[in-house]
Design a protein around this ligand. Structure first.
Ligand code: DC
Length: 257
């Protein structure tokens, strides 16, 4: 007998809106000459980055971590002693850094001025300012243009961020919006921090997440919204493998072939 939570979850999971009618899957791979963009949007704590990476593996597509690009911009801002309100100088530096990925690495590593900076972009000071940096309109426009150029060079792509299906690739063949209850996202974040050896105040984390959701949804540039044609996947009660399996099946069913 399913309990109330399971029933509620099943109801949420069935709340889907998809671009194309679902068809029975006819194959296990996407033909190598077929361009396909899979866009995964959603807030932090839904596991979208690791899900996107694994999904890209399984589908034989490239994986684009757009959060790494904003993190790189935040690292550049800090390391060059710039301030978030000096948008033009920041964008000038980011342009001069010629941010790009080394696609031979797994996951692809991000480079600035031809040097890998993946070791820097997860530092605490970068994490502390990146949300603010990602709210700079001028920078977002630069990043959106860059992400579209990347997609022309890598036309078979799983891309994740919070604006990939809504703004950057509105015509993506498959769009998903990963979400989870704030309490679940706070608990996942707490686990990550504990694993990294930090003390955790889960109540404070939850308040931060709720506040971040509110400010993300309201911001003028790149607000977090669910594209109307993206499939909503509530990951609250799903394991990592269940999420990846679901997306994998859905992509194969959605992509014409
Ligand atoms: O996914 P992440 O934590 O690495 O993202 C870093 C920050 O960049 C986070 O504040 C969300 C923001 N971001 C964004 O605004 N747009 C994107 N396409 C990707 C990330």
């Amino acid at each position: 007998m399913p309990d109330a939570a399971t029933t509620e979850h099943a109801q949420r999971a069935s709340q889907t809106a998809v671009r194309a009618p679902s068809r029975p899957r006819s194959r296990d791979v996407i033909p190598l000459d077929q361009p396909v963009i899979v866009a995964i949007d959603g807030p932090a704590g839904t596991g979208k980055s690791s899900v996107a990476r694994e999904l890209a593996h399984r589908l034989g597509l490239d994986f684009l971590d757009t959060g790494a690009m904003y993190r790189a911009a935040a690292a550049i801002m800090l390391d060059k002693g710039l301030r978030p309100d000096d948008a033009q100088r920041l964008v000038d530096e980011v342009v001069s850094a010629d941010l790009h990925f080394d696609w031979t690495a797994d996951p692809p590593t991000i480079l600035a001025w031809m040097e890998p900076i993946d070791h820097r972009i997860r530092d605490e000071d970068v994490t502390g300012v990146v949300s603010r940096v990602a709210g700079i309109g001028l920078l977002r426009r630069h990043m959106v243009a860059k992400q579209r150029i990347i997609a022309r060079q890598h036309p078979r792509l799983v891309t994740e961020g919070r604006d990939q299906g809504s703004v950057v690739f509105p015509d993506a063949e498959a769009k998903f919006f990963l979400d989870a209850r704030p309490e679940v996202r706070a608990a996942r974040r707490a686990d990550q921090l504990r694993e990294a050896g930090h003390e955790v105040d889960e109540g404070a984390l939850l308040r931060e997440i709720i506040e971040r959701d509110r400010s993300d949804a309201c911001r003028t540039d790149g607000p977090l919204i669910r594209p109307h044609d993206a499939e909503l996947v509530d990951t609250s009660d799903l394991s990592f493998d269940e999420v990846v399996d679901h997306l994998y099946e859905r992509v194969l069913a959605i992509i014409p072939g």
